[in-house]
Design a protein. Structure first.
Ligand code: ATP
Ligand code: MG
Length: 420
């Protein structure tokens, strides 16, 4: 991509109304634009990162045998009335239609919800698919936009009112099968956060009415909203909300914790029959008896993950993207755009890198070296390649990883070898 044509503008001024690191850097570097509190547009650079995050999650979901679906954000109130969450859930956005339908159970003013999560849709959906023990187990996931009327939408992408979520739901005939899948999902989550460059703590949290625990995946970060206690022996952690009841670590039976701030990037729950009861989701077992389907639900916030990655990977100059989710692999800076030999060489190198399958952002703009360097550090692409009259004098280019202070001079041949 040529930077002169790209829909991108960096800014020197930090946003006034949000002091979090991710909001400041992502806005200044031109990844996102704030529309209102907790609502962002993703600009091309930001969308590339978000899509990479979501693809890593998608790959790991496919690897544990889940099928991808897409459910609606606009949902009928009656499903929410059926579970009791129409009145219970304080973050539920409710809206009306100017053309009410006859089967709307509520006054026209509030007949719809904007989905904050999808148990109310996925459970009735599964009724059409699951009838017998032979239909179980099943697992479906989606990667979709969620809406929550959060009281305090702040900290950039970390707490939005409109945000991205991967939600997975599993259906089982018995508890052992549910627990086995739950553990399999936990393994997939561990791999996901490692691949995203934000290894997460495995945290015991309250399980609601149906299980002893749920588990959260929490990334240690000073801006995190949660307080967790990490076992010094085995690093299993406990959320503060249940810490007082926890006498010893449930893994190694000692009480030796350190306290830390963290941000929840994922959450897994055994729902058991909570939602299958509401929608009468049953199956016929081998012996002919009717039983209630057991469910699990498992969430990850790709947009929050993107914010957390920035909170973890930055310096005073800007973002330092992990290679796995960087918008491009290489930032090619052509210095002295007016010098025809340099711009010809830079544009040839740009084409060679693209032909070699390397994702390149090529700064072909007619601006100063200082400006290009500053933008490049702010944007945080993993490898910077500079080509100028000076480097051409040596028949080489300058190569510098974003996370290192050292650069080296390489021939084009060696550069391409290094990057492929
Ligand atoms: P939190 O405790 O942070 O409010 P939650 O427990 O309500 O989140 P879930 O309903 O389990 O979250 O949602 C699954 C995942 O979606 C969370 O782990 C988080 O990564 C993400 N998420 C939840 N709420 C938001 C939000 N308002 N903005 C961005 N991401 C969110
Ligand atoms: Mg939570």
């Amino acid at each position: 991509m040529k930077q002169s044509q790209y829909f991108l503008k960096t800014s020197k001024a930090a946003p006034k109304d949000d002091v979090s690191v991710n909001a400041r850097l992502l806005e200044q570097a031109g990844f996102v634009q704030k529309v209102m509190a907790g609502v962002y547009s993703y600009l091309p650079l930001g969308l590339r990162v978000l899509q990479k995050v979501e693809n890593i999650i998608r790959e790991e979901m496919n690897a544990i045998g889940a099928s991808e679906v897409l459910m609606p954000a606009l949902q009928p109130s009656k499903n929410w009335v059926a579970t009791g969450r129409w009145d219970e859930l304080d973050v539920l956005f409710k809206l009306g239609s100017r053309h009410p339908k006859n089967d709307d159970p509520l006054p026209a003013t509030y007949s719809y919800a904007l989905g904050p999560t999808h148990e109310e849709i996925v459970t009735p959906m599964a009724k059409e698919i699951i009838g017998s023990y032979r239909d179980l187990p099943k697992a479906v996931f989606q990667i979709q936009t969620k809406f929550r009327d959060e009281a305090r939408a702040k900290a950039g992408l970390m707490r939005g009112r409109e945000f991205r979520m991967k939600d997975l739901y599993s259906f089982h005939s018995n508890e052992e099968d549910l627990t086995a899948y739950y553990n399999k999902v936990a393994g997939a989550y561990k791999r996901i956060f490692e691949r995203l460059g934000i290894p997460a703590l495995y945290v015991e949290a309250s399980g609601g009415t149906f299980s002893k625990y749920s588990h959260e995946f929490q990334v240690e970060t000073p801006n995190g909203e949660d307080t967790v206690y990490v076992c010094n022996k085995c690093s299993l952690a406990v959320n503060k909300e249940i810490f007082d009841d926890q006498k010893v670590c449930s893994n190694c039976n000692v009480r030796d914790y350190r306290e830390t701030k963290a941000s929840e990037v994922g959450n897994i729950f055994e729902l058991k029959t909570k939602y299958s009861d509401s929608f009468n989701l049953k199956f016929t077992d081998e012996d002919g008896s009717q039983k209630t389907v057991l469910m699990g639900c498992y969430g990850i916030g790709p947009s929050r993950c993107m914010g957390v990655v920035v909170e973890q990977h930055f310096d005073e100059k800007g973002i330092i993207w992990p290679e796995s989710i960087a918008p491009f692999k290489v930032h090619l800076l052509g210095l002295g755009a007016k010098d025809e030999t340099v711009s010809k060489a830079a544009s040839d190198l740009y084409q060679n890198l693209q032909a070699a399958g390397v994702e390149v952002l090529y700064d072909d703009r007619d601006s100063s070296a200082g400006e290009k360097f500053a933008d490049s550090d702010l944007i945080g692409i993993p490898y910077r390649v500079v080509i100028s009259a000076k480097t051409m004098g040596e028949n080489k280019v300058e190569f510098k990883p974003r996370n290192s202070a050292e650069s080296e001079m390489l021939t084009i041949e060696d550069l391409i070898k290094k990057l492929t």
